[in-house]
Design a protein around this ligand. Sequence first.
Ligand SMILES: NC(=O)c1ccc[n+]([C@@H]2O[C@H](COP(=O)([O-])OP(=O)(O)OC[C@H]3O[C@@H](n4cnc5c(N)ncnc54)[C@H](O)[C@@H]3O)[C@@H](O)[C@H]2O)c1
Length: 277
Amino acid sequence: MTTNIRFKGGTAVITGAAGGVGGGLARKAASMGMNLVLADLDAGPLDQVARTVDTEVTTVPTDVTDPTALENLAEQAWRRFGRVDLLFNNAGVLRAGLSWEISPEHFQRCLMVNVMGIHHGLRAFVPRLLREGTPAHIVNTASLGGFLCSPMLAPYNASKAAVVSMTESLYGELKMLGAPIGVSVLDPGPVRSGIFAAPFGDGGGNTAVRQFVGFIQGHVNGAGGITPDQSAEHTFTGIEAGRFWILPFPENLDHAFRQRAEGILARRPPEVFVPEQ
Ligand SMILES: NC(=O)c1ccc[n+]([C@@H]2O[C@H](COP(=O)([O-])OP(=O)(O)OC[C@H]3O[C@@H](n4cnc5c(N)ncnc54)[C@H](O)[C@@H]3O)[C@@H](O)[C@H]2O)c1
């Protein structure tokens, strides 16, 4: 099944567009001839991304934790371009810590941005897309943490597991309605970006947590990570193919997905990923 959405001359809306993954999606969408509506917290970094693309762009400072900001984003998108073909609910934050030490504020931040941010996006855009009745596609950004949970990242993992789950629900609902709106859940894989910029918020994190997060951060932002542009290339291949599951590229983590599914069926406890010190 391939998608029949309009790329050339269509409109892509991207939240978290000032960051690594979102910036890559913006450049790729622009290279396919799409107009862009770019959303992130602050205007400055958004404008920087806008300057790197050769297409029509609207930047809309948007905090995805605020439902009225998403309503405004949808309004601006339709006012400027008259259509939305592709929506990336991509904004995200990561917080780390031991499950019993992490503050409620940090846990809530992950849930508010990563989960409620998408919920607000769906509430603002889906009714409008249904009214339009033309083909569209929605991509919700989850993470490996939504499928294969490592220690020390409970708020992030919990939020991303919710993204996987709510995106499966969305897919089923739109299918039941017969709506021409495709849906994907995206695990961009390890992508060099700012996602590890503030894993402890304003501070904290004991030595073991810092070592663990430092290892993952080094891996993702070093040789283990791909660039945002490579990630976006892979994501658009998935969208064009009409895939629901857009999983990490290259496919060297497939064995871990298999191991997890088999482990659950075998009633085995989870594999615990502990990096070598
Ligand atoms: N980089 C990776 O390896 C990786 C892996 C799996 C999933 N992801 C997911 O990809 C998405 C993009 O992350 P990234 O890796 O590009 O990190 P990033 O930090 O570079 O980008 C995230 C962007 O989201 C924005 N953002 C944060 N809170 C926001 C809010 N309340 N409202 C609007 N925008 C907000 C940030 O300002 C930032 O520009 C996230 O959902 C992240 O969880 C990333």
